[in-house]
Design a protein around this ligand. Structure first.
Ligand SMILES: C[S@@+](CC[C@H](N)C(=O)[O-])C[C@H]1O[C@@H](n2cnc3c(N)ncnc32)[C@H](O)[C@@H]1O
Length: 216
């Protein structure tokens, strides 16, 4: 998983045309900044992949994770919006490109997700489009999503097809929503004990602030 891109010096966000590029692609803040994660982050995901998985790596950067994943699973689609990163990856890999690694230079917001994806990987702490990616992975039938986009710290494994209650039907305690928000639902009785477990919900005060019952 060694990187050849000296990202601190060469990362596209330091290029003079960066602002125009990010604006054209609807990417805000640090969302499209390339900064690779550490080996522990990648290992957490790699150890949980199955040999028959088809992985969609959303925001693949210079494909260091995607390359490692390709040696373990059936197929990897590495989706990255920045040409400089994709080209650094392809130059580095050259004729060693694994047959089961498909490197795609495109905006994930526009690119149709392949129908055979079983597992999404979204290592992008500053992602602002979590809800969109979640919904589209669900729609193609993907089972799992590994991401650090909701809690912003450690990576979690999300069951994409699990049924989820509306926020108001969820027990008090920590919750994580399909919109990407996380938070704490206070118990009706102050200081009452709540479970440690995080509850998955399909609505929350952030995405449905007024009337959660109206959601489809
Ligand atoms: C924090 S970097 C992480 C890169 C890679 N996942 C890793 O762990 O090494 C986030 C990456 O997501 C890419 N990205 C952000 N929004 C994207 C989008 N809409 N479509 C494709 N790539 C995107 C950025 O260009 C950047 O390379």
């Amino acid at each position: 998983m060694a990187a050849s891109l000296n990202w601190e010096a060469q990362a596209p966000q330091f290029h003079p045309d960066w602002e125009a590029f990010a604006a054209r692609h609807g990417l805000t803040g640090w969302e499209a900044w390339f900064a690779p994660y550490d080996e522990d982050t990648y290992r957490f995901v790699l150890e949980r992949l199955h040999a028959d998985d088809v992985v969609l790596d959303i925001g693949a950067g210079d494909c260091r994770f995607a390359l490692a994943a390709a040696s373990r699973v059936k197929r990897v689609y590495a989706l990255e919006v920045q040409p400089a990163l994709v080209s650094a990856c392809l130059q580095r890999v050259g004729e060693d490109l694994p047959r089961n690694l498909h490197v795609i230079c495109a905006n994930a917001l526009d690119f149709p997700f392949p129908e055979d994806v079983t597992t999404g990987v979204l290592l992008m702490r500053h992602c602002t489009h979590f809800a969109d990616y979640f919904r589209r992975l669900q729609a193609v039938g993907a089972q799992r999503l590994f991401t650090n986009a909701r809690w912003k710290m450690a990576v979690e494994e999300i069951d994409l097809q699990a049924s989820r209650p509306l926020f108001e039907h969820a027990p008090p305690g920590w919750y994580a929503c399909t919109c990407g928000a996380v938070g704490f639902k206070a118990p009706a009785v102050p200081d009452a004990e709540v479970e440690d477990a995080v509850h998955e919900v399909k609505t929350c005060p952030q995405c449905h602030p007024t009337n959660p019952e109206d959601t489809p």
